[in-house]
Design a protein around this ligand. Structure first.
Ligand code: NAP
Length: 316
C-alpha cells in the first residue's frame, strides 16, 4: 500500500474548486488539491477573519474571501467543509452565485441531515454528490491540515438516486486523486454504519473522560500520571472539536440513539459477567474484540503502534 501521494495529475479534474470552511478538512483539501493538481484554481471561503488571514499567510489557496456567493462564482466544484449544522445556511447563502452545471459536495460526518438541509436550496442544473472522508484528527483549524490526511483512508459517497453519473464519477476521481479509497452507499446506510464506527466511540470517549474528571476521590494529577492505562487513548478522541461533534449528535440522532441502546445492553451483559465471576464470557468477548483490532490493522486502516500510528502533520 502506498504511504505517499503519487505524482501530480498532468491534467486537473476541475478548473476552479471552492472550499467553504478552511478548518482541518478544508485546509487539508486545499493542500492536496494543489499538491496533486486536482484543480487549476482554489478559492477559499470562510466566515472567520482570523481563518482567512491564516489561509492567506499559509498560501494554500489562490483566492480568499468571506463572501459565499462571490466565492462560488465560476467554480465547477464546490465543497462544503463546515460543521454539519451550518450546511443549510451555507447552501442558502451561496445559491445565487452557483454556476449552472456546477458540482456541489460536502465532507460532513452525517449524510441524511446534510442532504435534507442542502437540497432545497440548490438551483436546477447543479449536481449534488455528498461525500464523507473517513479521516481526521482531534485538531481543528487551517494550521492543522495536511496533504496526506486522506491517503489510504475511505471516502464514502452517497450519490442520490437519479443523479448525473458523470458528476458522481468526477467526485470519485477527485477523492481517488487525494489518495482515498472510495465506496458508495445510501445516506441512510452511511449514517447507521458511522453511528457505530465513529459517533458512538466519540460519545463513549467524551463520557468516560468526563466521568474521570468528575471523580473526587481521584486527583487530577493521578488521572494524568496513570493515563497510559487506557484513559489516554480516550482523551485523544475526547479532545475533538466540540462544535463538530455537537452537530454530529444532533443531526444523526436516530441512528446514534439506536446504537446507544444496543451498546447499553451489551455493557449490562459484561457487567453481569463480572458480577457472577463468569470469566469464560469475559475471555471469549475480549478474544473476539482483539481479532477485530487485528482485522483493522490487516486492512491497513491502522498500524500496530501504541499511539494510534497517527503521523504528526510535520512528518507528512
Ligand atoms: P474545523 O477545523 O472546526 O473547521 C470548520 C471551519 O468552518 C472553520 O474554519 C469554521 O470557522 C468554518 N465555518 C463554520 N461555520 C461556517 C459558516 N457558517 N460559513 C463559513 N464557514 C464556517 O472543522 P473540520 O474538522 O474541518 O470539520 C469540517 C467538516 O468536516 C464537518 O462537517 C465534519 O463533520 C467533517 N469531518 C470532520 C472530520 C474530523 O475528524 N475533524 C472527519 C471527517 C469529516 P470558525 O472557526 O470561525 O467557526
Amino acid at each position: 500500500m502506498a504511504d505517499r501521494l503519487g505524482p501530480a495529475r498532468a491534467e486537473p479534474i476541475f478548473d476552479r474548486v471552492a472550499l467553504i470552511g478552511l478548518g482541518l478538512i478544508g485546509s487539508s483539501l486545499a493542500r492536496v488539491v494543489r499538491r496533486m493538481n486536482l484543480a487549476r484554481e482554489i478559492v477559499a471561503v470562510d466566515a472567520s477573519d482570523e481563518v482567512r488571514a491564516r489561509v492567506t499567510a499559509l498560501g494554500i489557496a489562490d483566492h480568499v474571501t468571506g463572501d459565499l456567493a462571490a466565492g462560488v462564482r465560476d467554480a465547477d466544484f464546490v465543497i462544503l467543509c463546515v460543521p454539519v449544522g451550518a450546511c443549510g445556511a451555507v447552501a442558502e447563502a451561496m445559491r445565487n452565485g452557483l454556476k449552472p452545471g456546477a458540482i456541489i459536495s460536502d465532507v460532513g460526518s452525517v449524510k441524511g441531515s446534510v442532504v435534507a438541509q442542502v437540497t432545497p436550496h440548490l438551483p436546477e442544473g447543479v449536481h449534488f454528490i455528498p461525500a464523507h472522508p473517513v479521516a481526521g484528527t482531534e485538531y481543528s483549524g487551517p494550521d492543522a491540515g495536511f496533504a496526506t490526511l486522506f491517503l489510504n483512508r475511505w471516502c464514502i459517497l452517497t450519490p442520490p438516486e437519479g443523479c448525473d453519473p458523470a458528476a458522481a464519477a468526477k467526485v470519485r476521481a477527485f477523492w481517488e486523486g487525494a489518495g482515498s479509497n472510495v465506496e458508495e452507499m445510501t445516506a441512510e446506510h452511511h449514517d447507521l454504519v458511522l453511528a457505530v464506527t465513529s459517533h458512538l466511540p466519540h460519545l463513549i470517549a467524551y463520557n468516560i473522560v468526563g466521568t474521570a474528571a468528575d471523580l473526587e476521590t481521584v486527583t487530577e494529577s493521578e488521572v494524568i500520571k496513570f493515563s497510559a492505562g487506557g484513559f489516554r487513548d480516550f482523551t485523544r478522541i475526547a479532545a475533538s472539536d466540540p462544535t463538530m461533534w455537537r452537530d454530529v449528535f444532533l443531526h444523526n440522532k436516530a441512528a446514534v440513539l439506536e446504537m446507544l441502546g444496543r451498546f447499553a445492553e451489551d455493557l449490562y451483559a459484561l457487567q453481569r459477567a463480572i458480577r457472577w465471576n463468569d470469566g469464560d464470557a469475559l475471555f471469549e468477548h475480549f478474544t473476539r474484540t482483539r481479532a477485530i483490532r487485528r482485522g483493522i490493522i490487516d486492512l491497513g486502516q491502522e498500524t500496530a503502534a501504541p499511539d494510534f500510528g497517527r503521523q504528526k502533520p510535520d512528518e507528512q
